[in-house]
Design a protein around this ligand. Structure first.
Ligand SMILES: [Zn+2]
Length: 145
């Protein structure tokens, strides 16, 4: 059986949605619209507008960090998630959603506090972690998904 690993993500430069073959991330995927690189070794911004499409059109587990710029604990989690995105590139898709700029998505999932991490598979929530956690806890959480 051929393993299908693909992600749909917004280009960080022009916001065009691109479908990326995750088995070829080492070849340096580029945006089909503006031609600039799509870097999957770091969390990718997701918005109210493209949230559903990105989470449902991605075949690997999607980890969404619901955060805000003013949130201290979110700043503690950010480098840990940067690290996860880099180490597990192609295996997991790490997204970040700014809850101030995107006020609609959080309430749909009953988010009451940030940071909140939600893992989606095929657009459905499969796991959630609320609050800042140490790296070992984050690893344990992600290994269990
Ligand atoms: Zn682009």
């Amino acid at each position: 059986m051929v393993e299908m690993r693909q992600a749909t993500v917004a280009c960080p430069f022009c916001s065009t949605l691109n479908r990326v073959d995750l088995t070829k991330v080492d070849k340096g995927p580029k945006c089909g619209s503006c031609g600039r690189p799509i870097l999957l070794d770091r969390p990718i911004a997701v918005s109210d507008a493209n949230f559903d499409q990105v989470t449902t059109d991605t075949t690997v587990p999607v980890v969404v960090d619901f955060y805000a710029d003013w949130c201290g604990p979110c700043k503690i989690m950010a480098p840990l998630l940067d690290d996860v995105a880099r180490r597990r590139q192609g295996e997991l898709l790490v997204l970040k959603l700014d809850t101030d700029r995107n006020p609609q998505t959080g309430p749909r999932f009953g988010i009451r506090g940030i940071p909140t991490l939600i893992v989606f598979r095929n657009g459905k929530e499969v796991a959630r972690k609320v609050g800042a956690v140490p790296q070992a806890d984050l690893e344990g959480f992600l290994n269990g998904i």
